[in-house]
Design a protein. Structure first.
Length: 409
């Protein structure tokens, strides 16, 4: 059984290496296949380890004077035939549910193996050879691949040089000139109206203390890794701020009836949005929403989502690009309280997001480290700090709308 365990561990090592190779080649199919193999091997390894642990936990019968009782008639089983027979009896007893017979024959097998291994060098026992067996230990930091979905690419971004400020927007005229009779008085019934949009930059920051002993002893460029780690947190921070603005659209969200999603989305584009906004619109939804849209077809049996002819990795919805955000970043909307039967909803935001809101950046992500200031000096550590200053404001609340897709249960 121990040999089988070693064989399984060797197979797992090979499968893990296959995962690394597939990741390096960006081969998702090969990566998934190798990952599935590792998962199956982990299950098999756990089963074998459980059997080994159960065998080792079996008690050894002892007489009153403490001398071990021989396994069979006072004679320990030395030949392989006795051991094979006892092992077969263990399997039969397990199938019958006869725990007493299983325990008796398991003890015979255990003693036979122990007698055979006595005085031998084996890798299963550290002092008997296991200490000289090399281990495959790597200190390389393997970063998990996850999409960050930087939403700032879809919104307007301004780099500002002040803590606070404002912008002015006008209200679009909706009425034309008033008809004028000859020599009549010209009307003064309309004039431009302006609104002020104020912003105030806020700080977002984090400090990570790192032991100087760790920095000295690791063979990895830990500070470089932390720089990339902080950069990911910067994207997450901006996404959170922008998603807060998008969540304001939930108040007047339109429920897209099941089976009539296409008609509902067309109405949002053609009626809910101004024609000028509709022309430059795009869509944002999460994985669940994208997956649901990807299963829909029009009346001619064509998929509702079509590939972008200029970029095969992007899908188009009614000629508008669809941006997919992970469920972790953009979760679905839960069922209402007291309506547990109501299916969850996936939001789909449609509009020109650069017109909808602006992200104000006072300072891009700044990463600094010190081993003297703060508490670093007294704790013999290096403190790594990341800080960014930003704000986001809605400019044109009519430039985007929200639809709710009802997901199948």
């Amino acid at each position: 059984m121990k040999k089988k365990l070693l064989d399984l561990l060797a197979q797992k090592k090979s499968a893990v290496q296959a995962m690394r190779d597939a990741d390096a080649k960006n081969d998702q199919t090969a990566f998934d296949a190798a990952a599935e193999k590792v998962s199956n091997l982990d299950t098999e390894i756990a089963r074998v380890q459980a059997i080994i642990a159960a065998e080792e936990a079996l008690p050894t019968p002892q007489p009153q004077d403490g001398t071990p009782i021989p396994a069979t008639g006072g004679q320990p089983p030395h030949n392989s035939n006795d051991c094979i027979h006892a092992f077969a009896e263990c399997i039969r007893a397990q199938l019958r549910g006869d725990q007493a017979a299983f325990a008796t024959n398991a003890e015979i097998v255990r003693k036979a193996v122990r007698n055979e291994d006595a005085g031998a060098l084996t890798e299963g026992t550290p002092a008997s050879g296991g200490l000289v067996v090399p281990q495959d230990i790597q200190t390389t930091i393997n970063e998990l691949r996850r999409t960050l979905n930087p939403l700032s690419e879809l919104f307007s971004v301004e780099n500002v040089s002040a803590l606070s400020g404002s912008r002015v927007v006008d209200t679009h005229p909706v009425a034309g000139f008033t008809k004028l009779a000859e020599m009549g008085t010209i009307a003064r019934d309309d004039k431009p109206a302006f609104a002020k949009i104020e912003f105030k930059v806020e700080d977002y920051a984090l400090i990570v203390p790192v032991s100087n002993d760790l920095l000295d002893d690791t063979d990895q460029n830990l500070l470089a890794y932390l720089s990339g780690w902080f950069a990911k947190k910067g994207v997450i921070t901006e996404n959170k701020v922008l998603l807060t603005l998008l969540s304001a659209l939930h108040t007047n969200a339109t429920a897209l009836a099941s089976g009539k999603e296409l008609a509902g989305i067309k109405k949002l584009l053609n009626v809910a949005l101004d024609p000028a906004i509709s022309l430059t619109s795009s869509c944002i939804t999460n994985q669940d929403g994208f997956n649901y849209l990807d299963t829909l077809e029009d009346k001619q049996g064509r998929p509702l989502l079509q590939p972008d002819p200029t970029n095969g990795t992007v899908k188009m919805l009614l000629s508008r690009p669809v941006h997919v955000v992970s469920n972790a970043v953009l979760p679905g909307l839960a069922a209402k309280t007291g309506e547990s039967a109501t299916p969850a909803k996936a939001p789909i935001y449609i509009g020109d997001f650069a017109q909808y809101a602006t992200l104000f950046r006072r300072k891009a992500l700044e990463i600094a480290a010190t081993n003297i200031g703060g508490n670093a000096w007294v704790t013999n550590s290096t403190e790594v700090r990341g800080i960014m200053r930003l704000d986001a404001k809605t400019f044109d609340s009519a430039a985007a709308v929200c639809g709710l897709l009802t997901l199948p249960a």
